[in-house]
Design a protein. Structure first.
Length: 152
C-alpha cells in the first residue's frame, strides 16, 4: 500500500517543477562566450538546487591615468558573515593564510571592500554606513570589521 506522504511529495515536486518552469521562461540568459571575449571572468555554478554563473569584470586605471586595463581577480570566493545591531555592522571575513600587512580595507556609504594580493571582495550592506567609523582587527586568519550605521 502506498504511503499518503509519498503521493503528497510527488505532487508537491510536480507543482514545484511547473512553477519553476513558468518562472524561468521569461528570463533571458546572456551569451557567456561573448562576455568572456569581452574580458569578463565567468564562474559557473552547478550544485544541487543552484545553477547559474557569476560574471565579474574589474577595471582599474593605471598610475599614469592611461586607458583602463583589466585587473585579474584570482579569488572572489571570500567567505564572510555579517551581524547587525541598531547602531553598527560587524563583519567577519575569512582571510586564512593572508598577512595582516597585505590586507587593504576601504568603504563607502553602501559597501566595505577587502583586498589582498590573492583575494578581493566588495560587501554591500543594507543600510548606509559611516566609512570614517570603520575599525579593523585581524586575528587567527579572520578579519573583524566594525562600522557604524549612518544616523537617519
Amino acid at each position: 500500500m502506498e504511503d499518503d506522504f509519498d503521493e503528497f511529495f510527488r505532487e508537491f515536486e510536480r507543482m514545484r517543477r511547473k512553477i519553476m518552469k513558468e518562472f524561468f521562461k521569461d528570463i533571458e540568459f546572456p551569451d557567456v562566450e561573448k562576455l568572456e571575449k569581452d574580458g569578463w571572468v565567468i564562474q559557473r555554478i552547478d550544485s544541487p538546487n543552484t545553477h547559474g554563473f557569476v560574471a565579474r569584470k574589474i577595471v582599474v586605471n593605471d598610475q599614469w591615468g592611461k586607458s583602463p586595463k583589466l585587473k585579474e581577480v584570482k579569488d572572489d570566493n571570500v567567505l564572510f558573515d555579517i551581524f547587525e545591531n541598531d547602531d553598527e555592522f560587524s563583519i567577519y571575513v575569512d582571510l586564512s593564510g593572508e598577512k595582516e600587512e597585505d590586507i587593504l580595507v576601504s568603504a563607502d556609504e553602501d559597501w566595505v571592500e577587502v583586498e589582498t594580493p590573492r583575494r578581493r571582495k566588495r560587501i554591500f550592506l543594507k543600510s548606509k554606513i559611516d566609512p570614517q567609523s570603520l575599525q579593523k582587527k585581524y586575528k587567527n586568519g579572520v578579519l573583524i570589521l566594525k562600522v557604524k550605521k549612518k544616523k537617519a
